[in-house]
Design a protein around this ligand. Structure first.
Ligand code: SAM
Length: 246
């Protein structure tokens, strides 16, 4: 059968498209793209003439058997998302899972990714880290997710859309307190790339005082408080009594 290539694309700077990524997109029979119009611009830029088929979160279920069919017929396929690595807060993982289940070869090509690019310049402890991606948009769900993350000592990585940044920063303050360090990594690899370093409280102030534009990765310091003494297990009264009797 054919091979599925996972091809990362630039997160803002076309210079980050690797020669191997270009060669692969040229060589495959078909490109499965999250947004074919968006990817067409990239293909035009690099003079790649390979045909595309749409593959996004809304047609994943029906597409996977079709793509698996093509792979089993011996065609080679490249999967791309709009930017960065496929499968990382983007479509892809279910197709990979299906290929693995069918014994179809999967070849990952290294390349641009916003999370790791942000992490290495953050100045915060780079490992261990926990990549979370997007928090839920629903208030209660987000609060639950953050409550689970509060004791986490690893450096945390979040993605967020600009119009939701302030709200998310406020929920981070509610869950983690005002003093945790955060680095807002904005417009990575682009002309207005910048790193805003400070506490969560300062980040809220910054995001509330100006119009928030561009793309952001949030790198948040892990919980620095010493681990609390393990709560002593208190048995319910009837069990205590039972033990006394024994
Ligand atoms: N697959 C991509 C990757 O490997 O990084 C991530 C796709 S996800 C749908 C888009 C999010 O990634 C944005 O909302 C933002 O949080 C982050 N992102 C993508 N490009 C970025 C950039 N140039 N600068 C900062 N953040 C970026």
């Amino acid at each position: 059968s054919g091979t599925l290539f996972l091809v990362p694309t630039p997160i803002g700077n076309l210079g980050d498209m690797s020669p191997r990524a270009i060669e692969t997109l040229r060589a495959v029979d078909l490109i499965a793209a999250e947004d074919t119009r968006n990817t067409q611009k990239l293909l035009n830029h690099f003079e790649i003439e390979t045909h595309q088929i749409s593959f996004h979160e809304y047609n994943t279920k029906e597409r996977i058997p079709q793509l698996i069919d093509k792979l089993e017929q011996g065609l080679s396929l490249a999967q791309v998302s709009d930017a960065g690595m496929p499968s990382i807060s983007d479509p892809g993982s279910e197709l990979v899972e299906a290929c693995v289940a069918k014994g179809i070869r999967v070849v990952p090509i290294p390349g641009p990714n916003a999370a790791l690019t942000a992490l290495i310049a953050s100045g915060l402890v780079p490992q261990p880290f926990l990549f979370y991606g997007f928090l839920s948009r629903k208030n209660t769900e987000r609060a639950e997710q953050l409550a689970q993350l509060t004791p986490q000592t690893m450096t945390l990585i979040f993605y967020e859309a600009p119009h939701r940044l302030l709200k998310t920063l406020k929920s981070l303050v509610t869950a983690f307190g005002e003093d945790r360090k955060i680095v807002l990594c904005r417009e990575l690899t682009k002309r207005y790339e910048e790193f805003l370093r400070g506490t969560l409280a300062e980040a809220v102030e910054w995001a509330g005082s100006s119009e928030v534009r561009g793309e952001f990765v949030l790198i948040v310091e892990g919980n620095q408080a010493p681990p609390e003494e393990e709560a002593k297990v208190v048995l319910p009264l009837d069990q205590q009594v039972e033990m006394l009797i024994k």
